[in-house]
Design a protein. Structure first.
Length: 186
């Protein structure tokens, strides 16, 4: 869930409220366990009600803000949370359904949401397996149990030798937060 927590924190830093994030997840059809994770955060973006509107200066500022909001409304309507548009909840539910009973610490839906946030595109497959991750302290390359999420990127990506990337395999830890790891398949 640490990856999901990081995604929620990022959205809060971008100015979204918990209500907007929760509504987005519900609208996209994510599992209730993913939606409930939002409730664990304190909303720093919901304005607090002020009690004193007696001074004319405050009233003038409020009117100016209201007029500015009306002027900017068309741009604000098009504001969206960043994730892939073509990953339907049905696709995610279908790909994650076989893992629901497994009880991994990081739920499948959360791992897929994190992967699609990192690399927007078309969700191709979700499996579990191992991925070698370099230990920065020892330099060793132990294998770690991961969600392996294959995504066809929305935007063209090139590998180090200039070959187009067809698929990005994203590894997200099953039982512990090991960060997000990418492998590029050409």
């Amino acid at each position: 869930m640490a990856g999901l927590n990081a995604w929620i924190e990022t959205q809060l830093k971008k100015g979204y409220t918990l209500r907007e994030i929760r509504s987005f997840l519900i609208k996209k059809g994510y599992a209730s366990s993913v939606v409930k994770q939002v409730d664990k955060f304190k909303d720093t973006n919901t304005p607090q009600k002020t009690k004193n509107y007696k001074t004319p200066a405050i009233a003038a500022i409020a009117v100016a803000v209201a007029l500015l909001a009306l002027w900017l409304w068309p741009a604000l309507e098009n504001l969206k949370l960043e994730t892939a548009e073509d990953a339907s909840p049905e696709d995610v539910n279908a790909l994650c359904s076989q893992f629901n009973a497994q009880g991994y610490k990081t739920p499948c839906h959360a791992a897929v949401l994190l992967a699609l946030y990192d690399t927007p595109g078309t969700l191709q497959s979700v499996t579990t397996g191992t991925m070698q991750i370099q230990d920065v302290k020892t330099g060793e390359m132990p294998e770690s149990a991961m969600w392996l999420i294959d995504i066809k990127p929305q935007k063209q990506m090139l590998s180090g030798d200039g070959t187009p990337v067809k698929t990005v395999r994203i590894g997200v830890g099953l039982e512990k937060d090991e960060g997000l790891h990418r492998r590029y398949i050409t």
